[in-house]
Structure formats: structure tokens, C-alpha cells
Design a protein around this ligand. Structure first.
Ligand SMILES: NC(=O)c1ccc[n+]([C@@H]2O[C@H](COP(=O)([O-])OP(=O)(O)OC[C@H]3O[C@@H](n4cnc5c(N)ncnc54)[C@H](O)[C@@H]3O)[C@@H](O)[C@H]2O)c1
Length: 356
């Protein structure tokens, strides 16, 4: 299976690093064949560093090439639409980074184009492979927790146009479609849907501190789950360069509380009634993760990037003829909540879900 990459930036590098590891360990029969990036220097670096056979001179040339069987779209968000259209014409399996598009209409159209073409597809909603969040989801099975009351979800990072970010497109609304909520907290919305299901209503405010037109760096949104219970998302882009992406999750039930201190390593704790708080550290979470996900046992030493597990699942599903997950439709469901949040903030009113 020969792989083509569209976009040789930050997340493209993570995917390629992970896939290289999988190929070197003979876990996936594939080849990193082609790359295209309008930034020719970046594409050249990819070829040199990861051994791609060829740098293509346009996205269309790469996608249409008989040498490419599967496409990874790791270009910035504003380019996804045009790239997906060409992929659909060529009917090649596709992995696309989140957000699918710059707004709900674009995401819906991208997803339906791919569905209509009948192409296997997967979206980069990476928190579904996070050990800590997966472990917290596993703890939810304890029925003695009682009914869900409220979730407090804080997501903060520095404004991603500096530090280890080598690009500044995230301050440009025409390329992003928004700020911290669509770009970062779309992951959090998906995680909440994965844990607790759909929402019925949202209410939100958003603010701009850095002053980039229509690119908010603070959103606070409260959403109600159809099953009962609420979540408050606090999504922040600040200027504390020593704080990279950080998430903190606190889930309150009638009789208990679950806390996730860090998205990868935890610790994760559970407090039930008046029993002592149980704290699970990195090694407890790691042990559970290996039991819960047999693929981790298989690919363990080849995990060289945070994206390795999602890439393995995608490529293995293609090789085995299975449907990859999570697919674009899952992405569209998260986009719908993001759109409702932006609409609520703009119109200063609650917005019901699903949207028409
Ligand atoms: N899943 C995650 O955790 C995660 C993390 C980071 C970024 N992302 C998403 O991945 C995408 C890329 O983000 P990034 O941080 O890697 O940005 P980046 O700026 O580091 O890299 C994007 C690259 O895309 C290239 N590009 C632009 N138009 C292109 C086109 N038509 N064809 C091919 N390449 C093109 C740019 O030149 C740039 O090199 C965004 O949609 C972003 O939201 C997801």
C-alpha cells in the first residue's frame, strides 16, 4: 500500500513518524511514497528525513498518481475541501485531520462527498486513543456512581502561532473558520459525545484577547446531554509559552467524582461515597490500556508518535477490508456542536440540538 501525504507540517510529521515506525517494525505492509506541500522546503525535508520516494508538484498530481493508493490530508483546515474533492474523484481511501472543514456546512459537504464516493475514511479525533480518557471512560461503567450531574472540562494551550508551532495560519479566520473552540475543543466535544452521547442544547460566550479578527481565544460553553447532566467547556488560548496543550476533566455524579489530571499520563482518580479516593497513576493506566487495547501489545515498541495508534487502526482496517473508525460522520457530529456553540455566542441565546 503506497501512501501519499498532503501537508508536511506539524501533524503530518507526527503521522509520518508513527507510520515509519510501524513499517520498520513490519507491522504494516506499506510504503511512504509521495508528499506534496506548497511549501517546497517542507516537502523536501519530508522526503529527506522519512525516505519518501517522490515530491509531487501539485496535490492533484499526487492524488491522481497510480503510485498512490491511500491519502493522508494533513494540510491546514482551509485546504481540506479542495483536497477531498480530488480524492473523491479518484476514489482513494482517505485519512483527514480534524476539523474536517471551517464550518458545519463545509464539514457536511466534505463528509457527504466521501460517503457518496463510497470511500473508506477516518478523521483524526485523537483523544479517542488517549490512555487517560479511555481509562476514565472505562470507570464510568461503575453504576454505583449514580446519575451524571456535571462535567467541568478545561482545555488550554498557548496561542498556537508561536513556540513549537512553525506556522501562523491559526490567526486567520479564512483558513481556520474560528479560534480555540473549532481548532482545539472540537476534540473535547467529540470526547464528551464518546463518553456521554448527544447534546440537546448549548449556551456559550466567546471573547478575543489577542485581537485576531473572528478568531476567538476564549470560549465558555455549557451544554446539556440528552441522557441528563451538563458539561461546561472552558477553552483558552493564552500566551504562557511554558504551558503547552493541557486538559483537565472533572466529572461529578450523584455519588461520586472522576478526575483526569492529564490527557496522556493521568493520574486519574475516582471518589465514591465516603470511601477513600482511589488514584491511578501512569503505570496503572498503562496496564489497563494494554489489556483494553490488544493492538497496543502488538505495536507497543513501534509507538513513536501520539498518532501511531490511530494510524495503525486506519491502515490495518484498510488492509483487512474493514471500515475505519472514527469516520467523517463522527467528525460532522462534533462540528454540529461547535457550530451551535458559535451561533449561541454570536446571537447571545441558547441553541437547541440537533441543528436543522
Ligand atoms: N489531531 C490533532 O491533534 C491535530 C494537531 C495539530 C493539527 N491538527 C490539524 O491538522 C491540520 C494541519 O495542522 P498543522 O499543525 O500540521 O499545520 P502546519 O502549518 O504545521 O502544516 C500544514 C501544512 O499544510 C500545507 N498546505 C497548505 N495547503 C496545502 C495543500 N493544498 N496541499 C498540501 N499541503 C498544503 C502548508 O504549507 C503546511 O506546511 C489542521 O487542520 C489542524 O487543525 C490536528
Amino acid at each position: 500500500m503506497k501512501i501519499g501525504f498532503l501537508g508536511a507540517g506539524l501533524i503530518g510529521t507526527e503521522h509520518v513518524t508513527g507510520i515509519s515506525g510501524l513499517i520498520s517494525a513490519d507491522l504494516i505492509e506499506a510504503e511512504l511514497f509521495g508528499v506534496y506541500d506548497p511549501n517546497i522546503g517542507r516537502a523536501g525535508e519530508f522526503k529527506k528525513k522519512f525516505g519518501f520516494k517522490r515530491v509531487f508538484s501539485s496535490a492533484a498530481e499526487l492524488i491522481k498518481s497510480d503510485d498512490i493508493q491511500v491519502v493522508f490530508i494533513t494540510a491546514w483546515t482551509g485546504a481540506h475541501r479542495e483536497l477531498v474533492d480530488i480524492v473523491a474523484q479518484e476514489a482513494k481511501p482517505v485519512f483527514c485531520e480534524k476539523p474536517l472543514g471551517r464550518n458545519l456546512a463545509e464539514a457536511r459537504s466534505i463528509s457527504s462527498t466521501i460517503e457518496a464516493a463510497g470511500i473508506p475514511n477516518q478523521i483524526g479525533l485523537i483523544l479517542r486513543t488517549s490512555p487517560s480518557f479511555g481509562f476514565a471512560r472505562h470507570l464510568l461503567q461503575d453504576t454505583s456512581l449514580g446519575r451524571l450531574m456535571a462535567v467541568v472540562f478545561r482545555d488550554d494551550q498557548y496561542f498556537p502561532i508561536q513556540g513549537h508551532y512553525k506556522s501562523d495560519w491559526r490567526k486567520d479566520h479564512a483558513t481556520t473558520g474560528g479560534g480555540t473552540f473549532i481548532e482545539h475543543s472540537i476534540h473535547d466535544v467529540d470526547l464528551m459525545r464518546w463518553m456521554f452521547g448527544d447534546f440537546t442544547q448549548v449556551r456559550a460566550i466567546s471573547r478575543q484577547f489577542a485581537g485576531y479578527d473572528k478568531v476567538e481565544d476564549l470560549t465558555i460553553a455549557t451544554a446539556e446531554f440528552a441522557r441528563g447532566g451538563h458539561v461546561t467547556f472552558t477553552s483558552i488560548w493564552h500566551n504562557i509559552l511554558t504551558r503547552e496543550s493541557s486538559r483537565h476533566l472533572e466529572i461529578f455524579f450523584e455519588n461520586g467524582r472522576i478526575v483526569v489530571e492529564d490527557e496522556v499520563f493521568g493520574p486519574v482518580s475516582i471518589e465514591l461515597g465516603d470511601k477513600p479516593v482511589k488514584i491511578f497513576d501512569q503505570s496503572d493506566i498503562g496496564r489497563w490500556y494494554m489489556d483494553a487495547s490488544p493492538e497496543i501489545m502488538t505495536i507497543g515498541p513501534a509507538v513513536t508518535a501520539p498518532t501511531t495508534l490511530e494510524d495503525y487502526r486506519f491502515l490495518k482496517a484498510l488492509l483487512d477490508g474493514r471500515k475505519p473508525e472514527p469516520d467523517f460522520k463522527v467528525g460532522v457530529a462534533a462540528h454540529e456542536v461547535v457550530e451551535a456553540v458559535y451561533r449561541s455566542a454570536k446571537e447571545d441565546r441558547p441553541v437547541s440540538l440537533p441543528l436543522e
